[in-house]
Design a protein around this ligand. Structure first.
Ligand SMILES: Nc1ncnc2c1ncn2[C@@H]1O[C@H](COP(=O)(O)OP(=O)(O)OP(=O)(O)O)[C@@H](O)[C@H]1O
Length: 293
């Protein structure tokens, strides 16, 4: 399969400040990518390089086998960036109709507005819209050209809960259509729900690239709690266990290898009561990793 995006040893600096140092990346058609990292990690900068808005300092970068910003790339990309939009003197429907004329296989503005529950905002001037409404219009603008590749930078900021749910449902529908989507977001539970692959950017490099399952396998700790009359020392030497503690009646085991520890607990199961197992969320793993790195 021909990758949609390929980056090899890409670097970028603002003046003397190195922002991206050694970016290596292959993104295949149909993937939903969650691009995460702390504030200032360089996520938006990377999207700007991919869009051709900024030029890399070194390395090799292609989209659709072309340099970023090339005509094929432009035609096939939709983007929803931070701080996009408020253009004076134009309504929502005028904006989408005008944008549609730039793409050979554009969607129908009316149909798209209906799909995204924007019909009642159609005649409103952009400058009169609320922050969340503007984000929803920006999403429509990203979709209007029926692009193969979408860059969504902090897409749900300012959206209310209904709008967020509708947004993520639409992203899942885009996946069904075989679109490739790169999303940056600080709402990690949402990324956890939709991303096929997670890229964690830290200090200008990816410190992790892989599926959520791989991330969990590699870094996640599991907490197993239960009540028992057995001594705590029974559990300390079990496979994967890094800590054992007891609060009131409840024993808590922390493990770096949940499957191994659960296997090792099997002989004791008849003496354990009220067993609970909690896996760390993407958000908790993110905090651990970005603190350590
Ligand atoms: N125009 C600019 N000139 C100089 N430095 C900049 C410029 N734009 C961004 N930076 C710096 O580049 C670094 C990366 O910024 P970027 O916006 O890519 O981060 P981000 O990961 O998207 O952050 P956030 O999660 O806060 O949106 C930051 O240290 C930022 O201060």
């Amino acid at each position: 399969m021909q990758p949609i995006i390929q980056a090899e040893h890409v670097s970028f600096s603002y003046g003397e400040q190195a922002i991206l140092k050694d970016i290596n990346l292959t993104i295949n058609p149909g993937e939903i990518i969650g691009l995460i990292g702390k504030n200032g990690a360089g996520k938006t900068t990377l999207l700007n390089l991919l869009l051709g808005v900024r030029a890399k300092k070194s390395g090799h970068l292609t989209l659709f086998d072309q340099v970023p910003g090339g005509p094929l790339a432009k035609r096939n990309i939709g983007s929803m960036l931070q701080g996009d939009l408020p253009i004076r003197g134009i309504t929502v429907v005028e904006l989408l109709t005008m944008a549609a004329t730039h793409y050979p296989t554009a969607l129908q503005p009316k149909q798209l507005m209906a799909d995204l529950a924007l019909t009642e905002l159609a005649q409103r001037q952009l400058t009169t819209l609320s922050g969340g409404q503007l984000r929803r219009v920006t999403f429509a603008l990203a979709l209007i050209g029926n692009p193969k590749l979408l860059f969504l930078d902090e897409p749900t900021v300012g959206m209310d809960t209904n709008a967020q749910q509708a947004f993520w449902a639409r992203v899942k529908a885009l996946k069904e259509l075989g679109k490739t989507v790169i999303i940056t977001s600080h709402y990690l539970p949402e990324i956890e729900q939709v991303a096929d692959r997670i890229l964690l950017l830290q200090d200008g490099r990816f410190i992790f690239q892989g599926t959520l399952a791989e991330l969990q396998q590699q870094y996640q700790q599991v907490e197993i709690s239960f009540q028992t009359s057995l001594a705590l020392t029974t559990f300390e030497a079990l496979g994967g266990v890094t800590a054992v503690s007891q609060v009131n009646q409840v024993v808590q085991i922390t493990s770096t290898d949940g499957d191994r520890t659960l296997q090792a607990l099997v002989p004791y199961l008849s003496q354990l009561r009220q067993v609970t197992i909690n896996r760390e969320s993407l958000a908790t793993i993110f905090v651990h990793l970005t603190k350590e790195a």
